[in-house]
Write a protein that binds this ligand. Structure first.
Ligand SMILES: N=CN[C@@H](CCC(=O)O)C(=O)O
Ligand SMILES: [Mn+2]
Ligand SMILES: [Mn+2]
Length: 316
C-alpha cells in the first residue's frame, strides 16, 4: 500500500540566525504534490519480506523511517526542490504487489522529471526500482540502454525458489531483460569471496555480469577501479545506482542483516560514488538493507545519511 509522507519525521535543530545558508533538509522538504516542479523525491520501501524469505535478520522495514530521521538534520546545500513522496509498504507478505506498486510510483516520479532517492527495505527494493525505470524507459527513452551499478558485498543473483527475495533481484532483472530482448548490464562493486558461493560467481559469468571484488578496492588501486567503473558507464545511457549497506565494514555498518567480514572502507567508497555520480547518467538511486535494530547509538544511521547526502548533492 501507498502511505502518505509523514512530515513529523522531518524535524531537527534550526539555526535561524544564519539565514537560508543555515537551513537543513527538514526546513526545505515538502510532501510531493502532483505537478510540483522537478526535484529530489525521497520515497520509502518499507519491506522485511525479502530478507525474511532469504533467511536473514529482519528489521529493514523500519529503514525508511529511521533514515528520514537521520537525514532531517543534513545541511540544505543544493537548490533543487526536496520532496517526500511517502512510502510503499509491503502488506501480508505480498512482496510482488509492493514491488509492482513501487515501480509504478517510480515511473510517475521519473516522468515528472524528479530524481527518486528510494530508501529500503531489503535489497528486494531493486526489483521494484528496476520495474519503474524499465517502464519509464519503454515509454520515454525506447532506444536508450540502462546499466545497473550495485555497491554490495553480495551478487544478489540467486534464483527465486520459488519466490523472489532480497537475494534474487538482479537475477529477476536479468530474466526480464531476456524476456524483453534488452541487454543485462550489471556491475557489482565490492563483492566478497567469503559471502558468495562459486555457484553465484558462475551465474554472474553466465549472465555477463561484471564484478569488482572488495579486495581489489584499495587506495593503491583506486584509480584502476574508477576507470573500470567509467568504462562500464560509457557503454550505457542511464545508470540505476543501488547501494547495499552491507558493502561497508561491519564496524561502520553493523545495521544490516549480513554484516561484512571486510567491506569497502567509506573513504574508498566515497570517491567511487563520486565517479558514478559525476557522469550525470544516474537516473535513480536506492539504498538497501539498513536495519536499525542492529545499529549502535545511531552511528550507522549517520553513515547512511551521509551517503544519502553525497548522492543528493551529486545529482542536483
Ligand atoms: N541481499 C543480501 N543477500 C545475501 C544475504 C547473505 C546472508 O544472509 O548471509 C545473499 O543472499 O547472499
Ligand atoms: Mn549485500
Ligand atoms: Mn544486496
Amino acid at each position: 500500500m501507498l502511505q502518505l509522507a509523514d512530515m513529523r519525521l522531518w524535524s531537527g535543530r534550526t539555526d535561524s540566525e544564519d539565514g537560508p545558508a543555515g537551513e537543513r533538509w527538514h526546513q526545505r522538504i515538502s510532501p510531493l504534490q502532483l505537478d510540483n516542479p522537478p526535484g529530489l523525491a525521497i520515497l520509502g520501501f518499507a519491506s522485511d519480506e525479502g530478507v525474511r524469505r532469504n533467511k536473514g535478520r529482519i528489521g529493514a522495514a523500519k529503514g525508511p523511517r529511521i533514515l528520514r530521521l537521520a537525514m532531517a538534520g543534513l545541511p540544505a546545500t543544493f537548490d533543487a526542490p526536496l520532496y517526500d513522496a511517502g512510502n510503499v509498504k509491503v502488506e501480508k507478505e505480498d512482496l510482488e504487489s509492493a514491488q509492482a506498486l513501487l515501480g509504478a510510483r517510480i515511473t510517475e516520479l521519473l516522468s515528472g522529471g524528479h530524481f527518486p532517492l528510494v530508501l529500503g527495505g531489503g535489497h528486494e527494493i531493486a526489483f521494484g526500482s528496476y520495474q519503474g525505470i524499465a517502464r519509464w524507459m519503454r515509454e520515454e527513452h525506447r532506444d536508450k540502454t540502462l546499466g545497473i551499478i550495485n555497491f554490495d558485498a553480495h551478487l544478489d543473483l540467486r534464483i527465486p525458489s520459488p519466490k523472489g527475495s532480497s537475494g534474487t533481484p538482479f537475477y529477476q532483472i536479468a530474466e526480464q531483460c531476456e524476456i524483453n530482448g534488452r541487454p543485462f548490464n550489471y556491475l557489482c562493486v565490492g563483492a566478497a569471496d567469503n559471502a558468495n558461493t562459486p555457484a553465484l560467481y558462475h551465474r554472474a559469468d553466465e549472465l555477463g555480469a561484471e564484478v569488482i571484488r572488495d579486495r581489489e578496492i584499495t587506495s593503491w588501486h583506486l584509480q584502476r577501479v574508477q576507470e573500470r567503473i567509467l568504462r562500464f558507464i560509457q557503454g550505457v545511457d542511464f545508470v540505476y545506482l543501488t547501494v547495499c549497506f552491507d558493502v561497508f565494514p561491519a564496524a561502520v555498518m553493523p545495521a544490516v542483516s549480513a554484516p561484512s567480514g571486510r567491506g569497502v572502507p567509506l573513504e574508498l567508497f566515497e570517491p567511487l560514488l563520486d565517479t558514478v555520480l559525476e557522469t550525470g547518467k544516474v537516473c535513480l538511486a536506492d539504498m538497501a538493507e539498513f536495519n536499525p535494530y542492529f545499529d549502535i547509538e545511531d552511528h550507522a544511521a549517520r553513515t547512511a545519511a551521509r551517503i544519502g547526502f553525497q548522492i543528493a548533492n551529486g545529482v542536483t
